[in-house]
Ligand binder design. Structure first.
Ligand code: GTP
Ligand code: MG
Length: 197
């Protein structure tokens, strides 16, 4: 799937106000600062489409982007951002979980994982929750440019081993870099299989 056209549509706190669920949708989620918004920009070849920041907690709403007049890419707020108050954290959690549970045109949640780190408890908890809820997900390892290939594949392997323990199988996964464009073709090919062009 080539992205020929990408535009911002709307930001919401409530899934009920999101665009009519008539086109397939893919959502990016993961820890704050993992690179969700940067990946939206990398895929769409537009550095300014989604707002990014060196500081975690930049994206605070459910952001819809319309791609090729044919499908939606959704940039979500990060989870596990300790610097916001408990009440804001639980508001975000409710907003995101309601969206993930009820959004009927959601094809898959793309769970972004920092490729530099050992498996993080919060990521494991999140995908376990997706599994329990029956929400389909794929893994996207981010920031592969930050270290050597061997380190990346070792961390990917560790994460997949954790998944094997929990689910008895390995989820589909992609290794990406918003910096170098690694993984772009593969990820768009996955989306392309799910949307009619
Ligand atoms: P929140 O909206 O706060 O949850 O963060 P986010 O997951 O949207 O992260 P964002 O895309 O804003 O990126 C966070 C920081 O990581 C920024 O400084 C980005 O430039 C940097 N970054 C993101 N992806 C990559 C990558 O693939 N490689 C490198 N080197 N830096 C990256
Ligand atoms: Mg963001």
């Amino acid at each position: 799937a080539m992205i020929k056209k990408a535009s911002f549509v709307i930001s919401n706190t409530d899934y009920k106000k999101c665009p009519a669920p008539v086109m397939p949708e893919f959502a990016f989620i993961g820890r704050s600062n993992v690179g969700k918004s940067s990946l939206v920009n990398m895929l769409t070849n537009n550095k300014n489409l989604a707002k990014t920041s060196g500081k975690p907690g930049k994206t605070q709403l459910i952001n819809h982007f319309l791609i090729n007049d044919n499908w939606y890419l959704v940039d979500l707020p990060g989870y596990g951002f300790a610097k916001v108050s408990k009440s804001i954290q639980s508001t975000w959690e409710k907003m995101i979980s309601d969206y993930l549970i009820h959004r009927e045109n959601l094809v898959a949640v793309c769970v972004l994982i920092d490729s530099r780190l050992d498996p993080q408890k919060i990521d494991i908890e999140f995908i376990t929750w997706c599994g329990e809820q029956g929400i389909p997900f794929v893994l996207i390892f981010t920031k592969s440019d930050k270290q050597g290939k061997q380190k990346t594949s070792a961390n990917v392997r560790k994460f997949l081993d954790s998944c094997l323990e929990i689910f008895g199988d390995e989820p589909q996964y992609y290794v990406t870099s918003a910096q170098t464009g690694e993984g772009k073709e593969e990820l768009l090919a996955f989306i392309g299989e799910e949307v009619e062009e």
